[in-house]
Design a protein. Structure first.
Length: 407
């Protein structure tokens, strides 16, 4: 008899976005003339940088000529891209990361979801609340949790991000082995300082734990004092893996290219305490199960590191940050406490009411769709998330409508 992986039955239905869609559709049916503005979803709206498009076209032409055609590429990604990443994103910032430690992939979603495979099933996991749901669900699928009870999975150490702790969780008091951190954070938009991040790296050393650091939004960091990578922190090379993505950096959500950094000095242990290289395990996993990102896409990503590409990509970031600053300024002017929107595309707003009630209010009174914080975890109750990923005209109109509705 073919049997299923029963851990999948523990997963909660993806209630958040389906419920947002249901309520939005219902409102639209009742108000067919009302133009709804969506500030809920974290997807970019601006086209790819011109430099990427040109490189993309050139690479496609190469694939069409016998002399320049390429078949399967290296599973870890082409060296031309990995060298640029190591040099520009790490070494120029004083972080000792080398091309052989970089694994190019088709997304930080896949990598943050797949990485848990190389660790034992009975390790203790620490996950933030609120959280980007992929970390949690992939561990549920792998059988690292118990049942879902009262809004939480048994067996997980939830690290609460609240107004009281400035949305930076405290170090876990329980024994934990694998720690997920994400800064700038989705959904809260919070950032972490070097000193704060150092305490996490020290904690990982003291507990022989490993940090999975999701830096998908690092390109939004403008404050020169904030760390753009965990590898700016002393000792991180032994205890951290970092995930980055071109999705938000350069509008690659539909093009798909990202990378994961696994330093060769990063170690994990057998049950008997014998140290092993996590880099070697991840290399083995990727070369068995993954066949690299297409050559044209890697050439398009490489173009981000040219002078023109960098200028165009940073113009995209500035565009969304301008939207974010406007949303935050106007929400604060209306008396709402906000996090993010600076060094982050997300604004986390304390709504002073249940998050679904605030969602309904914005939809019905302003025709604006947000994301209710409760959908990201128990600690998200009372908050909503507004996203800066939309065209500037739409954001300006949305903000005007919100002002009218709430003032
Ligand atoms: N990590 C976080 C925190 C995200 O919010 C997202 C996307 O929204 C991702 C990873 C996924 O990125 P990618 O498009 O590279 O799969």
């Amino acid at each position: 008899m073919i049997q299923i992986n029963e851990n999948y039955l523990k997963l909660q239905a993806s209630y958040l976005f389906s419920e947002i869609r249901r309520r939005t559709d219902e409102f639209q049916t009742q108000n067919p003339d009302k133009e709804i503005i969506k500030l809920g979803i974290g997807d970019v709206t601006r086209p790819l940088p011109e430099a990427c498009i040109e490189a993309f076209h050139r690479a496609v032409d190469e694939m069409g000529a016998a002399a320049t055609f390429r078949g399967y590429g290296p599973e870890q990604g082409y060296e031309f891209l990995r060298e640029k990443i190591a040099e520009v994103d790490y070494q120029k910032r004083g972080a000792d990361i080398f091309a052989q430690e970089i694994f190019v992939s088709d997304g930080a979603k896949c990598d943050t979801g797949n990485i848990q495979e190389v660790f034992a099933t009975d390790i203790q996991i620490a996950i933030p609340d609120p959280v980007y749901p992929v970390y949690l669900d992939t561990n549920v699928m792998a059988g690292r949790t118990g049942a879902f009870n009262d809004g939480r999975y048994d067996g997980i150490t939830y690290m609460e991000s609240t107004r009281q702790n400035g949305f930076i969780p405290e170090l876990p008091s329980a024994d934990v082995d694998l720690i997920y951190l994400c800064f700038p954070n989705n959904p809260t938009g919070a950032t972490i300082t070097k000193t704060q991040l150092q305490t996490w790296v020290n904690f990982a050393h003291e507990n022989r734990a490993l940090i999975l650091f999701d830096a998908a939004y690092e390109s939004f960091i403008q404050d020169p004092d904030l760390p753009k990578t965990i590898f700016e922190i002393d000792g991180a090379r032994e205890v951290a893996i970092e995930f980055r993505s071109f999705s938000k950096t350069a509008g690659f959500t539909g093009t798909r290219c990202a990378y994961t950094v696994v330093p060769t000095s990063c170690k994990a242990y057998t049950a008997a305490g014998e140290a092993h290289s996590v880099h070697d395990l991840w290399f083995r996993r990727q070369s068995t199960k993954f066949n690299a990102v297409s050559y044209p896409v890697q050439r398009a990503a490489e173009a981000i590191y040219t002078a023109a590409g960098r200028k165009q990509a940073s113009a995209l970031i500035d565009y969304y940050l301008k939207n974010a600053a406007l949303i935050r300024k106007e929400m604060e002017a209306l008396g709402y406490e906000c996090v993010g929107g600076e060094n982050s595309p997300y604004i986390w707003i304390y709504g002073q009411k249940e998050s679904w009630a605030f969602f309904d209010l914005l939809l019905e009174e302003a025709g604006v769709v947000c994301t209710p914080g409760a959908g990201f975890g128990r600690c998200g109750e009372g908050f909503i998330r507004l996203s800066a990923f939309n065209d500037a005209d739409n954001v300006q109109l949305a903000v005007q409508r919100i002002k009218q509705a709430l003032s």
